[in-house]
Design a protein around this ligand. Structure first.
Ligand code: MN
Length: 545
């Protein structure tokens, strides 16, 4: 498909508006589409919860993500900013939502506490890239004051009078030269309207202003100053930032307090944006839990089909395809992250996504694959032998990882700290590796278990949240692993064995629920699943030369 919209001005006159409208009307005949999206009330409730957190006389801006180029005139499929989706349900680019703490008045003396600038309707573009909601469509989503994004510069109020202007600019923003309403332009107008100094570096400031959220970092001033000295050596942007210049000269905690206070008084605040979105998104509402259950069930069922399908002659890509086919069959629009399918030692590469081995042989296959359903991501890993039977060595390693998971499950409940979780998993793995003679000292466990055990899960696969103690209705992963690369300093028989088992856990007051339980975890249950017939067993598709 050649997208002539790249040259829109030259062709715009070729089609009359009315004929295009009729064409689109015909294209959008009433075929069934999903009906289980988040409700208007959910999004409104999230905005109200945010407003309750906002300090007095403040405004928070949530920008749409930019579109991203794939190559030439083709873009990647658009992925919405999870924060904007969370607060509004809107999933189009070229938009910014302003949420005010207190009610404001418009020129007609009508009161509002939200302003939403959205992508404008454009019949010609809609013929190519699909329906846009436009102002009326977004009003129907529960917003009273909605405008076209191209009017942001002209119509949005002056924001410089607020005590706090809370925001986060998306990553990877670039100026689209044919557009005046892309996120690049919206950010420029926003900076102007909030009187943000030209040299205000939002990313460096987001880092440094978040420090007060990590009391541990402030425990040792020499460590803190050294950390930023190192960063300033590597990065010009860190080096020239006035707050960084100060932090690397801090002598004691009294000076640190003055420095923190100075930062807290800064009007433009990306750190509060990060804090509030973490505080809200880490606790799942019932509606969100419903979608999480779907994405996780879909992923677990897809893992089962991969276990049934696997054969030594299969490729990594083929297994990826089996699993992603099930995602799509069950309605998941995306994967939550690029699928990881690693046979044998490829499993040791933690984010291996090449998946280009043409025949997995008699190795184990590590599949870390999760669906995204209506924005909510699963994150599930299973490791299984391609020939259906674990070897003695594979099973010994597998069972240590399984035991580490079991030990963590036992403490998954409100009040447990992430530190306890990490320590519990690492202790089991370290002891197991010493017992098998793979490690001499438990302290060296990072050699074969180099990552953490748990992270938040939700709209992002590594979801926003505060890593202190577990609370009811958080969802976290539990994913210990053991990876023994070729040529490791241990008996050869262990080389190339890589195992990760990853489940998604809902935290309750006194217990937990394993949301990914539909996919077997025990080694003998994995073997049983593998022995079942697969829907691809009889599939005959061959590429003839
Ligand atoms: Mn994970």
């Amino acid at each position: 498909m050649k997208n002539f919209l790249a040259r829109k001005n030259a062709v715009k006159g070729l089609l009359s508006l009315s004929s295009v409208t009729i064409l689109i009307g015909n294209c959008l005949a009433q075929l069934p589409t999903p009906t289980d999206y988040l409700s208007k009330d959910f999004h409104k409730g999230r905005r109200e919860a945010l407003r309750a957190l906002l300090p007095s006389n403040s405004v928070m801006a949530v920008f749409a993500f930019p579109t991203r180029n794939f190559s030439n005139d083709v873009d990647y499929k658009y992925h919405a900013n999870p924060d904007l989706y969370y607060f509004s349900g809107y999933t189009e680019p070229n938009a910014v939502l302003l949420i005010f703490k207190e009610a404001q008045k418009d020129s007609a003396n009508r009161s509002f506490n939200e302003l939403f600038f959205v992508q404008k309707k454009d019949a010609l573009r809609e013929q190519w890239t699909g329906k846009r909601l436009g102002i009326e469509g977004v009003k129907a989503m529960g917003f009273s004051h909605v405008y076209n994004a191209e009017d942001f510069d002209r119509y949005a109020p002056n924001l410089s009078g607020f005590d706090k202007v809370i925001f986060e600019f998306p990553q990877d923003v670039s100026d689209k030269i044919t557009q005046s309403d892309d996120v690049h332009d919206l950010i420029n107008s926003f900076r102007k309207k909030s009187a943000m100094p030209d040299d205000f570096d939002d990313e460096v400031m987001a880092d440094i202003m978040s420090i007060s959220q990590y009391p541990m970092l402030l425990g040792s001033i020499p460590r803190l100053t050294q950390y930023y000295k190192d960063l300033a050596e590597d990065s010009e942007r860190y080096k020239r930032n006035p707050f960084i210049k100060k932090v690397i000269q801090l002598k004691d905690s009294t000076e640190a307090k003055t420095w923190l206070k100075e930062m807290d008084n800064t009007k433009w605040d990306p750190a509060l944006y990060s804090l509030y979105t973490k505080q809200l998104r880490q606790i799942k509402t019932n509606e969100e839990l419903g979608l999480m259950r779907k994405s996780i069930n879909i992923s677990a069922l897809a893992h089962n089909e991969a276990m049934k399908a696997v054969k030594p002659g299969m490729s990594e890509l083929e297994l990826q395809g089996v699993q992603e086919f099930i995602h799509k069959k069950l309605g998941a629009e995306y994967v939550g992250y690029p699928s990881i399918v690693g046979a044998g030692a490829n499993g040791c590469v933690l984010h291996y996504i090449e998946n280009n081995v043409t025949s997995v042989g008699n190795k184990m296959v590590l599949m870390d694959v999760g669906a995204e359903y209506h924005g909510y991501s699963a994150d599930v890993t299973r490791t299984f032998p391609a020939n259906g039977k674990f070897t003695a060595e594979q099973k010994q390693i597998y069972d240590i990882v399984y035991e580490a998971q079991e030990a963590v499950f036992k403490i998954c409940k409100e009040g447990t700290s992430f530190q306890e979780i990490e320590k519990t998993a690492r202790d089991v793995v370290a002891k197991g590796l010493v017992k098998l003679g793979i490690l001499k000292d438990e302290k060296e466990s990072r050699l074969y278990y180099p990552h953490g055990c748990s992270h938040f899960l939700g709209l992002d696969v590594h979801d926003k949240g505060i890593y202190s103690t577990l609370k009811e209705n958080m969802i976290i992963t539990v994913e210990p692993g053991i990876y023994i690369p070729e040529n490791s300093n241990c008996d050869k028989k262990w080389w190339g064995i890589a195992v990760r088992i990853e489940d998604d856990v809902l935290i309750k007051k006194d217990s937990y629920e394993n949301l990914s339980h539909l996919a077997p975890r025990k080694s003998e249950d994995v073997e049983k699943m593998s022995a079942q017939k697969s829907f691809v067993d009889d599939l005959k598709v061959e590429l003839k030369n």
